[in-house]
Design a protein around this ligand. Structure first.
Ligand SMILES: *[C@@H]1O[C@H](CO)[C@@H](O)[C@H](O)[C@H]1NC(C)=O
Ligand SMILES: *[C@@H]1O[C@H](CO)[C@@H](O)[C@H](O)[C@H]1NC(C)=O
Ligand SMILES: *[C@@H]1O[C@H](CO)[C@@H](O)[C@H](O)[C@H]1NC(C)=O
Ligand SMILES: *[C@@H]1O[C@H](CO)[C@@H](O)[C@H](O)[C@H]1NC(C)=O
Ligand SMILES: *[C@@H]1O[C@H](CO)[C@@H](O)[C@H](O)[C@H]1NC(C)=O
Length: 406
């Protein structure tokens, strides 16, 4: 494939450690399903929580700092414990204040607890929430199938009021933060079971078939028996100094500029000068291939007649987009499957949007560009592994075999 468009990025991310009582069953990895919500385009996962255990649906937030759930509605659990202020769990959460609640005691409302600030990045709302612990349980995995349930008896999370769910997919009870804090899901699971502080996401492009998130190391096997972890290319992740330096972060960078990966943006958002240069380059490469431009369909600015574009295994035959990471030999290739959005039967649009002239982050790589790509975040080694599209390797992110082994 001759013509490619390049987008330059650099990389960074973080680490940490945490210790907890050791459970008797020690899985090497865990697995949870992720579905794509058709109306919001959010990615929704499920874990089991509380006593008795109930499945809880949560919007995946790659940069989120912890798990938060609505405790005001249907939170029933005999194992709920508020986290007492000035306890080790409060410091782990970076929660310094002590709070009281002037109402009837219930989950989310207790005296002498420490509080955090659960937030909803969709509505850009944050509020106060009681830090708490309860049982959380997800399936272990050998990399091929789900195995027996692995339980963390005192999983730290935050309660939130019901209004924080506004704008989230229907049926969800909160958000699953996969960020780099010590109480985000990856670190709590890694420390509870003493496995590597790594996790991998593989988002499905379909709203009917589940993608998958793995906590811990590979193999990450997708049907027909393809270990997607073998397809990873790694790029080091640097800590983002609060400066103008370009940096690749999972979730929110501290400084302005830079690049981040976000599961709560449906499409990649580019700062307007980058957006213009990039779409112009794409339009001219497309024209050189006799691809016919048609009127734009919001929120996209570059749309084409689908009749002028052939289909291939890796999506519509359009110029490839190369995200050049660490250096020119570490390249994440975005093929038509992840660049072109079918807005109707006749029109395909370049699935990137203009973020205006002064966004906090210059490049936010969104969900559509991540689908059917395996991304592994190695928090201990500070590196990101990425596969580029798995479609070229005859599999997809919805090919994990969720049937338990007998
Ligand atoms: C917290 O303490 C205050 C003062 O003692 C009391 O009025 C209130 O009911 C208590 N709240 C809870 C949730 O126990
Ligand atoms: C998770 O483990 C439980 C208990 O072993 C099992 O019943 C359930 O089917 C597993 N879940 C999946 C999705 O396989
Ligand atoms: C584009 O169309 C022109 C005129 O029909 C033709 O000569 C040229 O070979 C085509 N280019 C490609 C890349 O298909
Ligand atoms: C590019 O970066 C990779 C990963 O750090 C490194 O292994 C490789 O030597 C670098 N190549 C060049 C040409 O600098
Ligand atoms: C999925 O895993 C189950 C349990 O190991 C196995 O019986 C089944 O054949 C697998 N499905 C496919 C399509 O390979």
């Amino acid at each position: 494939m001759a013509s490619t468009i390049q987008l330059l990025c650099f990389s960074s991310l973080l680490f940490f450690s945490l210790s907890h009582a050791q459970p008797s069953f020690r899985p090497h990895a865990l697995v949870i399903p992720v579905s794509k919500d058709a109306s919001t385009l959010q990615y929704v996962t499920r874990i089991n929580q509380r006593t008795p255990l109930v499945p809880v649906s949560l919007v995946v937030h790659l940069g989120g700092r912890f798990l938060w759930v609505d405790c005001d509605n249907n939170y029933v659990s005999s194992s709920y414990r508020p986290v007492r202020c000035r306890s080790a769990q409060c410091s782990l959460a970076g929660a310094n204040g002590c709070g009281d609640c002037f109402s009837t005691p219930r989950p989310g409302c207790n005296n002498n607890t420490c509080g955090v600030s659960p937030d909803n990045p969709i509505t850009r709302t944050a509020t106060g929430g009681e830090l708490a612990e309860d049982v959380a349980s997800v399936n272990s995995t050998n990399g091929f199938n789900p195995g027996q349930l692995a339980t963390v008896s005192r999983f730290i999370f935050s309660c939130a009021p019901t209004f924080l769910l506004e704008g989230l997919a229907s049926g969800v009870a909160g958000m699953a933060g996969l960020g780099r804090t010590r109480i985000a899901l990856p670190s709590q699971f890694a420390s509870a079971f003493s496995f590597h502080r790594k996790f991998a996401i593989c988002l499905s492009s379909s709203t009917r078939f589940d993608g998958v998130i793995f906590f811990g190391d590979g193999p990450y096997v997708l049907l027909p028996n393809i270990d997607a972890s073998q397809s990873l290319i790694y790029t080091p992740l640097f800590i983002n100094p609060v400066s103008t330096a370009s940096a690749f972060t999972q979730g929110e960078p501290e400084g302005n500029g830079g690049t981040k990966i976000s599961t709560v943006n449906p499409y990649t958002v580019l700062e307007s000068s980058i957006y213009s240069a990039f779409t112009e380059a794409f339009i001219s490469e497309a024209a050189a291939r006799n691809i016919t431009r048609v009127a734009s369909v919001a929120p996209f600015g570059a749309c084409f007649s689908s009749r002028s574009i052939f289909g291939t295994r890796v999506g519509p035959a359009v110029p490839y987009i190369d995200l050049v990471l660490q250096n020119e030999s570490v390249v994440w290739t975005i093929t038509g499957s992840n660049s072109m959005v079918e807005v109707n039967d006749d029109v395909l649009c370049l699935g990137f949007v203009n973020g205006g002239s002064n966004p906090r982050t210059s490049i936010v790589i969104g969900g559509y560009q991540l689908e059917n790509n395996l991304l592994q975040f190695d928090l201990a080694a500070s590196r990101l592994g990425f596969s580029s599209t798995l479609l070229g390797r005859q599999t997809t992110c919805s090919n994990f075999n969720f049937t338990s082994s007998p």
